[in-house]
Design a protein around this ligand. Structure first.
Ligand SMILES: *[C@@H]1O[C@H](CO)[C@@H](O)[C@H](O)[C@H]1NC(C)=O
Ligand SMILES: *[C@@H]1O[C@H](CO)[C@@H](O)[C@H](O)[C@H]1NC(C)=O
Ligand SMILES: *[C@@H]1O[C@H](CO)[C@@H](O)[C@H](O)[C@H]1NC(C)=O
Ligand SMILES: *[C@@H]1O[C@H](CO)[C@@H](O)[C@H](O)[C@H]1NC(C)=O
Length: 419
């Protein structure tokens, strides 16, 4: 079983030696947050943590289904508190080490290359074909901002120390990935929940502008936006359906306006629907893509003509006659409804999340045709989640959606925590 007393001892120890923390001995934060912003070149969502001694800011790409936090230790990693996990230690077990031994690549130890250290496997789903690598399991200091209190220190945060090549396709200065997977004891949310004794949950709210911060809430509600609106009141839930680090839900059908699409139900239930922040646009298995595209085109007003597609999209429109929704919901577009485990529970995708202006005069349906070989029916990507709040409630094995915050005249950048 995972014990958190280890962290608590060290947190208290730090409080005692630091006079500013002395007054905080009884402070038990139950909620934290991270600012998150889209990298315009890679479309990955990036957050920044403070790590090491002395503390430095480290940019990491968000991966909700990731099992661990991994950081490039090969280039520019300096810390006086870095500690590799020794073979067969508790840390190796928690981080599911796959191998153990001496680092033979160079005749000199450094972070990421020590003797008698254990390794696990880390991957970058943003890279072509998904690259894997062994990475040294280690501990170091990490700090995080609590939602209604000070910055809090976790002295021995467990992470994996990866080679530099794995950071490709993440964006400039991005040094790794921060995983929020549900099963691993060392995912970011699990380590925080264990250290501070709150039930495992987090919520993401991705901004649509690369200039403006969205937010990841970790821990307890509320999720406060402008004028005190608490987005948790709008959440509707669907169960998490698989035992996997990644998050799968049941999409049982899709509607476009009032039309229910004829889809392969076996594919929908067996293939499943995954939620991924590493994928910029929702991927639909080819037969599902074709059905959505066809219905979307036929439900568009007749004067909106299709035009030559612009990759990676396959369904594009002349923008001249696309209107803006009078309700402030983005572009006027047919509504796309993902019906979840129950016919009365559906996620609504409006024009702001279904259409993308790709260049002057051309809008595209912001969904892509996935590869048949993956077997997955749907991978919900970040564009469709922008300005929606999505809660991952691991303890109760369910995922909550709010629908577009535009319905509430607010958006993910419109909160006082990170803006
Ligand atoms: C490692 O470095 C030491 C000291 O610099 C040297 O004596 C030794 O031969 C080196 N070993 C290898 C395998 O290069
Ligand atoms: C992966 O790489 C191949 C060859 O370089 C390229 O043709 C393909 O488009 C790439 N796929 C993605 C998703 O980047
Ligand atoms: C439906 O999907 C399943 C699973 O991918 C596949 O085996 C089957 O052939 C599909 N049925 C049709 C009619 O396409
Ligand atoms: C869009 O329609 C307008 C008006 O009919 C036309 O002038 C323009 O060339 C069209 N744009 C594209 C990309 O087809």
């Amino acid at each position: 079983m995972y014990s958190s007393s280890y962290y608590l001892f060290h947190i208290c120890f730090l409080f005692i030696i630091s006079s500013t923390c002395l007054a905080q001995t009884n402070f038990h934060p139950k909620a934290f947050f991270l600012a998150v912003k889209q990298d315009p070149s890679t479309l990955q969502y990036i957050t920044e943590i403070q790590q090491r001694t002395p503390l430095v800011p480290v940019k990491l790409a968000v991966h909700v289904g990731g099992e661990n936090v991994w950081v490039d230790c090969e280039t520019g990693f300096k810390s006086s508190t870095y500690k590799p996990a020794h073979c067969n230690s508790r840390q190796c077990n928690l981080a599911r080490s796959t191998s153990c031994g001496d680092c033979k690549t160079k005749n000199k130890t450094r972070p990421g290359c020590n003797n008698n250290a254990c390794y696990n496997i880390v991957s970058n789903p943003a890279m072509n074909n998904t690259f894997y690598s062994g990475a040294e399991i280690a501990e170091d200091v990490l700090t995080i901002q609590s939602a209604r209190g000070p910055v809090v220190t976790i002295p021995k945060f467990i992470f994996s120390c990866s080679p530099s090549f794995l950071t490709q396709k993440l964006g400039e200065d991005v040094k790794g990935m921060i995983g929020f997977g549900q099963q691993s004891p060392v995912s970011f949310v699990t380590q925080l929940a264990s250290a501070f004794k709150f039930s495992r949950q987090f919520a993401i709210c991705l901004s649509s502008s690369p200039q403006e911060n969205g937010i990841i809430f970790i821990g307890h509600r509320p999720y406060l936006f402008a004028f005190g609106f608490d987005a948790s009141q709008d959440l509707f839930y669907t169960p998490i359906i698989r035992a996997s680090p990644e998050y799968y839900i049941q999409v049982s059908s899709i509607r476009v306006n009032a039309k229910t699409l004829q889809l392969n139900n076996t594919l929908l239930s067996l293939g499943g629907t995954r939620i991924s922040t590493a994928v910029p646009y929702t991927e639909l298995e080819p037969s599902i893509y074709r059905a959505v595209s066809k219905a979307f085109i036929s439900e568009m007003p007749k004067n909106v003509k299709t035009v030559s597609p612009v990759a990676p999209f396959k369904t594009c429109f002349n923008s001249s006659f696309i209107g803006i929704s009078p309700l402030g919901l983005g572009y006027n577009a047919p509504g796309i409804y993902f019906v979840l485990h129950n016919p009365n529970v559906f996620w609504t995708i409006t024009g702001a999340n279904s259409l993308l202006l790709v260049n002057q005069g051309v809008f595209c349906l912001a969904f892509v045709e996935g590869k048949k070989e993956t077997g997955e029916a749907i991978v919900i990507g970040s564009y469709q989640m922008q300005n929606n709040l999505v809660e991952f409630d691991l303890a109760r094995r369910r995922i909550g959606f709010t629908n577009s915050l535009f319905f509430r005249q607010t958006m993910c950048s419109d909160q006082f925590y990170t803006s």
